[in-house]
Design a protein around this ligand. Sequence first.
Ligand code: SF4
Length: 354
Amino acid sequence: MERKTTNLIQIGDVQIGAGSPIAVQSMNNTDTRDAVSTIRQIKLLHEAGCDITRVAIPDREAALALAKIVKESPIPVVADIHFDYRLALLAIENGAAKIRMNPGNIGDESRVREIALAAKERGIPIRVGVNSGSISPDVIRTFGGINRESMAHSAMEAIRQLEKVGFYDIVVSIKSSDPLLTIESYRLLSDQTPYPLHLGVTEAGTLHEGVIRSAVGIGTLLAEGIGDTIRVSLTGDPVDEVRAAYSILKSLSLRKRGITMISCPTCGRTSVPLVEIAEKLEKMTMDLPYDLKIAVMGCAVNGPGEAKDADLGIAGGQGEFLLFEKGVAVRKISQESVLEELMIEIHKLGKQKS
Ligand code: SF4
């Protein structure tokens, strides 16, 4: 897939745009004023593979806590600002690696200019974050509603506000909770601007629904070569956002990380508790660093053949499993010890390959 060429932007030590790997982002759901909890969560996000995180800056205390958070964070920390431009200035002073704001809710242009000048002085980018819920009534009227045209227009208006003061270190997002509107809006915007695009479906929902909506919205755009960094928004643990982001990226061969597990849907040929075994294995391998494909198949008749691209796999028999490597049978394992023995094989092969 050919990726759209965009400008290169530096966020701390992470580059986005211009063909850089698609960066995975998340957002802390801790109270930013509680620096200790926030740092703890950032470390978990980092371990899960998160490249950049964002924290809410609702008040002065949160902006001041940034100094400690940034100092101890292993990844760049973005400050999320709404309405109060003074909080953006304070967050910049306290080491934010990027500012996320919606110029539309910052107020008059002189305030946006002040933020842009402070960001420029520190060499940090600004993400213009337009949401379908924050489009001005005037723009909605002009374009006949909340649609791709009004979304793209709002983003371009915000970009021009920053460009007017000589600020070009820009990333743009244009999110909606409707995956289809998100897709159409990003497509339109991508034709209008060379700035890197931060993809996401906003207020996507809980783990199950949210992952599906995000996979459809983000995945469709990525498959068209659009997008430079992604965030999967979920109502839940942000670590799950990072895991979901990698599942999307791995499905499109855009990033590699950890185990890819495939498993069959089971059928009348299955005589082992495959669902339970697959679920347990998924949890056990979730955070392993090896770049391996593991197959969990219900029967030895079709399993090894259907999953011959997997590095390792198990296929169910009568109270036992067949262990196979690249579709070739290795040995039989009893049902009782299948997870334990498979984990030993995964570690062995993973270490060999890395
Ligand atoms: Fe059925 Fe075997 Fe295919 Fe699984 S691998 S769906 S058990 S035929």
